[in-house]
Design a protein around this ligand. Structure first.
Ligand code: PLP
Length: 529
């Protein structure tokens, strides 16, 4: 048996100047305190002893795995430009390029048995497709430790990563760590419904924290917690906060360093869900931020560095106790990871052993080999291309909205998170430049928060009685806002009808333009204009 088969028990290289994680074991729930290590999985560590003949586990011999090799062709790291044109150019295909495609894709083949099985970075199918430790083969955590250290810069020494089956799985495992039935849980007033589906079956009460353009408001969080009367409310003070600090889903809000520090100073377990961390917008338009944005368009190591510098510091950067999970791979690969303290890593490992066991070997083998081929710098370049692509798609949406409505920044908005700058879209009525000069505009049809590239969506409010679900009939589907309402006071007529979230992440340029045309037509008809 090779070394990669063993549970990785060796200590991670730690930065000695940093403090160790705090002991938060008193927050673990009964279920988690009851979890025992799997007696069978405990044997894994002995299997890697030199000369060990393993007859303990009823595991299949890799010889009977039907997969001899696994091959993939991957895009180059710079497949997506850093400064794409505002309007996409039609691809020009000459006869020569049809006949002799000049693809820069690279390919790799993962063997069943590698020549260097003892190297922890080795990926081979005999290991990847075998029963294994909860975190999967060592090679992926090896890469992620470098990535987390350089990009998230955790502020404590003994953090580690645990691979999971995507952010939804990570969050479900985190809920199972802390929540007792009937507990209250802190959430942003608009939040991701997928996360709610995980904790609501615990009969959990959502405590919605007010937001502004940078996400949740520390003052409101503080007042909710300090005013919590356990007797009156019939439940203990909430201990877990679920937050999406970057490109908040659905509002697009991004928390900057100062706000994070204020929240961090409030004693609470913060679970930051960061699928959009590397896609987040640079918020402040200071000279420094503008310089960084310009530098981000440059190829090479300097551009990579500017990209990392422009990222808002993660909660991990203030931490002495870890609590985050993120995802970076394609959704169907079902891979993600949690970065946290050794205590939580150990408990989450036990939870993994008793549920998903380990991530899919196909997913870890392909993703890890891809990351190894690209390397850290290459992966950063890849992320920068993705970020630029979303920015381009956001521009398509903004341009399409501007073509279909008369847009104006609102001086005051009571509709959305406090202090958010909102935009109102008026029916295009000014039929001439003269009318426009006189300020003649049609009635207000929509109000929305300017989209940020991170989340791939715009969030807004429609006329009072328009049901966004109706949009399905006209072949343009929006997500109704009530699904994102964390039980706050957004409900119109009790259901939050009138709010919507629309995503620009997947539609093509032509589809985006056509969707906004239809949107304005439907609204105009609905309001009988
Ligand atoms: N968390 C947030 C905030 C999301 O927006 C999404 C997907 O849209 C997820 C989690 C789901 O992540 P995963 O596919 O890794 O489970």
């Amino acid at each position: 048996m090779d070394a990669a088969f063993a549970i990785p028990t060796e200590a991670r290289e730690t930065a000695t100047s940093l403090p160790m994680a705090k002991d938060l074991s008193h927050h673990l729930n009964r279920l988690t305190r009851n979890r025992q290590a799997s007696s069978l999985k405990e044997l894994y560590k002995y299997m890697s002893y030199p000369g060990m003949i393993t007859m303990a586990g009823g595991i299949p011999h890799p010889q009977v795995f039907p997969f001899e090799t696994l091959s993939a062709s991957i895009l180059p790291v710079d497949a997506f430009p850093l400064d794409p044109p505002r309007i996409p150019a039609k691809p020009k295909k000459s006869l020569m390029s049809w006949l002799f495609p000049t693809s820069q894709n690279s390919s790799f083949t993962i063997p069943k048995y590698a020549s260097d099985p003892k190297n922890p970075a080795t990926i081979q199918l005999s290991t990847s497709l075998q029963y294994q430790a909860a975190t999967g083969p060592l090679a992926l955590p090896l890469f992620l430790r470098e990535y987390v250290a350089k990009v998230y810069k955790p502020a404590y020494a003994d953090w580690d990563v645990l691979i999971n089956v995507g952010a939804t799985d990570g969050w479900a495992k985190i809920c199972s760590l802390f929540l007792e039935f009937g507990d209250a849980i802190l959430v942003e007033e608009w939040t991701y419904p997928g996360a709610e589906n995980t904790f609501l079956p615990y009969e959990a009460e959502r405590v919605a924290i007010k937001m502004d353009a940078q996400g949740l408001l520390p003052d409101h969080l503080e007042s909710v917690l300090s005013g919590w009367d356990e007797e009156k409310r019939g439940k203990r003070r909430p201990r877990v906060l679920y937050t999406i600090p970057t490109g908040q889903n659905p509002t697009g809000a991004t928390m900057m360093a100062e706000r994070k520090k204020q929240i961090y100073d409030i004693y609470i377990i913060i679970c930051e869900d960061e699928p959009y961390y590397c896609l987040g917008a640079t918020y402040e338009k200071s000279i420094v931020a503008q310089r960084l944005e310009d530098a981000e368009k440059e190829e090479g190591a300097e551009g990579n560095e500017a990209f990392i510098k422009a990222l808002p510091p993660s909660f991990l950067a203030f931490d002495t106790d870890g609590r985050t999970f993120s995802k970076t791979s394609a959704p169907g690969s079902r891979l993600g990871w949690i970065t946290t303290s050794p205590l939580f890593i150990e408990r989450l490992t036990r939870a993994t052993e008793a549920s998903t066991q380990a991530p899919s070997g196909f997913a870890t083998a392909l993703t890890t080999t891809m990351l190894q081929q690209w390397g850290f710098e290459g992966y950063i370049r890849w992320l920068r291309g993705i970020k630029a692509t979303y920015k381009m798609r956001k521009t398509w949406l903004c341009d399409s909205l501007a073509d279909e409505f008369d847009l104006e920044f609102d001086t005051h908005s009571a509709l959305f998170p406090e202090k958010s700058r909102t935009i109102t879209g008026y029916a295009k009525r000014a039929s001439s430049a003269w009318d426009e000069k006189r300020g003649l505009k049609g009635p207000a049809l929509i109000t929305f928060i300017p989209p940020t590239e991170a989340v791939g969506s715009a969030c807004g409010r429609l006329g009072e009685f328009f049901e966004p679900g109706d949009s399905a009939d006209i072949q343009v589907l929006f997500a109704p806002g009530w699904g994102f309402d964390a039980g706050g006071d957004h409900a119109i007529g009790g259901n939050g009808f009138g709010y919507y979230r629309l995503a620009f992440s997947i539609a093509t340029y032509e589809e985006t333009r056509s969707a906004m045309k239809t949107f304005s037509k439907v609204l105009t008809k609905f309001f009988r204009l």
